[in-house]
Write a protein that binds this ligand. Structure first.
Ligand code: UD1
Ligand code: UDP
Length: 387
């Protein structure tokens, strides 16, 4: 039996972990035993619990309940808690997702006590080290023994940093295994997309019509914590709702809602909150979110996961960041980088209103990333188990 410890903490990790947990339960329950640690980085019910319930993820075996704190303190407390559990559980692997502080904490804790790190969503780079996520993902990749990379660009990024795809097994942290396996979020989307339409009535409850609204999410620290940037993005949303006959739906990350409530200038706050075409709503569940994505006219976001989901659903994308890790979307003409520039955001939305024959070639794999990851982990421990 292969024993893994999975670390989740932030919303997107809980969602990604659902795909692997489901695959273990459905196809590898005799071969893989998963122990789940929740760091507690996200803790509001609508940022955490809802995903365990809705996506059928087993309850965490351990919850560190770390909560919010400055980066160093939050990460340090997580490292301490994860180390204690790893020492008692003695897993074959620790499995980490993405690029949050929970990811970094898992990588530091495990690599120091020689528990091999499996990094899912490895190789992504923004080439912007002022992002906390860029530091987290680089450090995690360089402490990993198995790197599962969603895109070809991710492989190239790793090669540029000295990683090789052809290392022979057995893999080690010095000679890691690097695998291009597609995106685990696509596994989830294929699995849940139909179910979302049956289980969620969010379209009716918000009185939304297919193709008549822009779905927006904003939570990156450089957008929320920079008043000028946040104001440009919100003013663009207001303009779109006022002048372009499109509704705006904004499920608000708690970080963003706190700042809007406390720091947005009065006039802009009024425009945002009194326009009937703008739906400012609390974070939604995954099934609600993918239904909102599926029916949107366009998606405006600074989220990593939501950018990809826009592409999965073949929706035009406007990225409210200066760059993206998901460059394929931009290269294929399905997305535009507008940064936090009001005029550029509005122009980009207008552009997509006039150009609707976009192309979405497959770049995120076949929706079977989780199965590939399970088999690859098993092969390292005992090739017979993977058959
Ligand atoms: C974190 C990740 C980011 C990821 C995002 C997903 C890091 C450095 N950042 O950003 O990469 O894209 O999660 O959503 O790990 N808060 C609540 N309730 C919660 C969680 C957070 O109110 O359940 C508020 C707190 O005020 C907190 C703030 O949001 O201080 C930021 O939370 P934090 O987890 O530190 O970072 P995120 O911005 O969520
Ligand atoms: N998501 C959700 N409800 C919301 C907003 C996002 O379920 O209100 C999902 C979204 O569909 C995607 C994931 O959360 O699967 C993305 O997480 P987030 O934007 O918080 O983080 P990022 O991907 O930027 O790290």
């Amino acid at each position: 039996m292969l024993k893994i410890v999975t670390v989740v903490g932030a919303r997107p990790q809980i969602i990604k972990a659902a795909a692997l947990s489901r695959t273990i339960r459905n196809s590898f329950s005799d071969q893989i035993h998963e122990v789940i640690i929740h760091t507690g980085q996200h803790y509001d019910a609508n940022m955490s619990q809802v995903f365990f319930e809705e996506l059928g993820i087993p309850s965490p075996d351990f919850n560190l309940n770390i909560g919010s704190a400055p980066h160093g303190r939050q990460t340090a407390l997580m490292i301490q808690g994860i180390e204690d559990i790893l020492l008692s559980e003695k897993p074959d692997y620790i499995v980490l997702y993405g690029d949050t502080n929970s990811t970094l904490a898992g990588a530091v804790a495990a690599s120091k006590i020689h528990i091999p790190v499996v990094h899912i969503e490895a190789g992504l780079r923004s080439f912007n080290k002022s992002m906390p996520e860029e530091i987290n993902r680089i450090m995690c990749d360089h402490a990993s023994t198995l790197l599962f990379v969603p895109t070809k660009t991710g492989i190239k990024n790793l090669e540029r940093e000295g990683f090789k795809t052809g290392n022979p097994s057995p893999f080690t942290v010095d000679k890691p295994g690097v695998f291009h396996c597609g995106d685990i979020m696509f596994d989830n989307l294929l699995y849940f997309s139909e179910l979302a339409g049956q289980r969620s009535n969010i379209m009716q409850s918000l009185n939304l019509k297919e193709n008549e609204y822009v779905l927006c999410t904003i939570h990156r620290d450089n957008n929320t914590d920079s008043p000028g940037r946040l104001q440009q993005i919100i003013s663009a949303m207001c303009n779109i709702a006022e002048k372009m006959k499109l509704g705006i739906v904004i499920p608000l990350h708690p970080r963003t809602s706190k700042i809007i409530e406390s720091k947005l200038p009065g006039e802009l706050y009024e425009r945002l909150t009194t326009n009937k075409n703008i739906h400012l709503i609390p974070p939604v569940s995954y099934l609600e979110m993918i239904l909102l994505e599926k029916n949107a006219n366009l998606i405006l976001t600074d989220s990593g996961g939501v950018q990809k989901e826009a592409y999965f659903f073949k929706k035009p994308l406007v990225v409210a960041r200066p760059e993206t890790e998901w460059v394929e979307i931009i290269e294929n003409g399905a997305g535009i980088i507008a940064d936090a520039d009001e005029a550029k955001i509005i122009e980009s939305v207008q552009f997509f209103q006039q150009h609707d024959s976009l192309k979405f070639p497959d770049v995120f794999g076949d929706g079977h990333a989780a199965e590939f990851i399970c088999r690859t982990m098993l092969e390292q421990i005992n090739p017979d188990l993977a058959k």
